[in-house]
Design a protein around this ligand. Structure first.
Ligand code: DOR
Ligand code: ZN
Length: 348
């Protein structure tokens, strides 16, 4: 196959940031995807419907042109804290401002300092979400520094997720950016109630790649890439046709100076070539016939939405990923696989 056309896909996990960075990265996502679940971890987290409506306005204003404005819808999320009010969740969802709520365990990752320290305080919120059918999006890692960083997802499943789904058996849960065979198995076992997003980078790199010939800050993200056996489990899950797995890039742009630092921050920027990366993986796995399900159908079905109208076409053609991407404030971002050749190209 040298050309593939699929229904216009969605990205169910995106960091768009704000201001100059938003302006720099948004056109990439809007060009490829019909909708994107926008993460709420701004420097001042998006915790209320009013903040989400404001942020949505800023995103719509930052769209590059008419075509993007016609074809792209940002879906907003609520950043859960220990103090999230049931009313805000209820009104935000009922008014169509919030598509979902995101749970960051406090200090699990970038801009999560205001995250949840005590999950039991959110029980009334979860009860309301369960009643309304509002999805809960989880950053599924424990934050106990005594737990090895490579085990934090698996320990979260045992310590937090298992009791959570027992208490709320019909709460819709998306385990975001799964990185382990344990998560794949758990999500499959709770299919219907649960789903998972899978990033392009976790399909492409294992933990060895973070240290290939030296330390590679642009391959550092959270959850961190795991052993090869886990990467292979993710490739199997993504390409299996199983509807509980769908596309979510977790594209997370940071200025290069913040990544190439003594304490470099977590996040991999994949928006510039997201669909091409996934298509390459599906091609390598001889599963191009399953790309559309993963990219365009399973996500909306889980969220209770229609699939997008329209389509995108990719052609098998080598192209070189640029070395850097400029941000209007003078900084720049390093795209995943910068300077390397990819063999599928989005046509439009
Ligand atoms: O690597 C990551 N970067 N993981 C996250 O969970 C957050 C993200 C970011 O916002 O930079
Ligand atoms: Zn994320």
């Amino acid at each position: 196959m040298t050309e593939i056309t699929i229904r216009r896909p969605d990205d169910w996990h995106v960091h768009l940031r704000d201001d100059a960075m938003l302006e720099a990265v948004l056109p990439f996502t809007a060009r490829q995807f019909g909708r994107a679940i926008v993460m709420p971890n701004l420097a001042a987290p998006v915790t209320t419907p009013a903040m989400a409506a404001d942020y949505r306005r800023r995103i719509l204003q930052a769209l590059p042109d008419e075509k993007a404005a016609e074809n792209f819808i940002p879906l907003m999320t609520c950043y859960l804290t220990d103090d999230t009010a049931v009313n805000d969740i209820q009104n935000g969802y009922a008014d169509g401002v919030f598509a979902a709520a995101k749970l960051y365990p406090a200090n699990a990752t970038t801009n999560s300092a205001h995250g949840v320290t005590d999950i039991t305080r959110l029980e009334p919120v979860f009860a309301k979400m369960q009643e309304m059918g509002m999805p809960l999006l989880l950053h599924g890692e424990v934050t106990d520094p005594a737990v090895d960083i490579f085990d934090r997802e698996a320990v979260y499943i045992d310590q937090v997720l298992t009791p959570l789904i027992e208490e709320f058996p019909t709460l819709k849960i998306v385990m975001e950016h799964v990185t382990t065979k344990d998560a794949v198995k758990f999500v499959r076992a709770h299919k219907g109630q649960m789903a998972a997003t899978i990033t392009a980078h976790h399909l492409m790199i294992s933990r060895n790649d973070i240290f290939a010939g030296g330390i590679r800050p642009h391959r550092y993200c959270l959850p961190i890439a795991k052993r090869e056996v886990h990467r292979l489990a993710l490739r199997e899950a993504a390409t299996s046709g199983d509807s509980c797995f769908f596309l979510g890039t977790d594209t997370a742009p940071h200025p290069i100076d913040d990544k190439e630092a003594a304490c470099g921050c977590a996040g991999i920027f994949t928006a510039a070539n997201a669909l091409e990366l996934y298509t390459q993986v599906f091609d390598e796995e001889n599963a191009l016939d399953r790309l559309e399900g993963f990219a365009s159908l399973h996500g909306p079905a889980f969220y209770g939405m229609d699939a997008n109208e329209g389509s995108v076409t990719l052609v098998k053609e080598n192209w070189r990923v640029p070395g850097t991407i400029a941000v209007p404030d003078g900084s720049s971002v390093h795209p995943f696989r910068a300077g390397e050749t990819l063999n599928w190209k989005l046509k439009n």
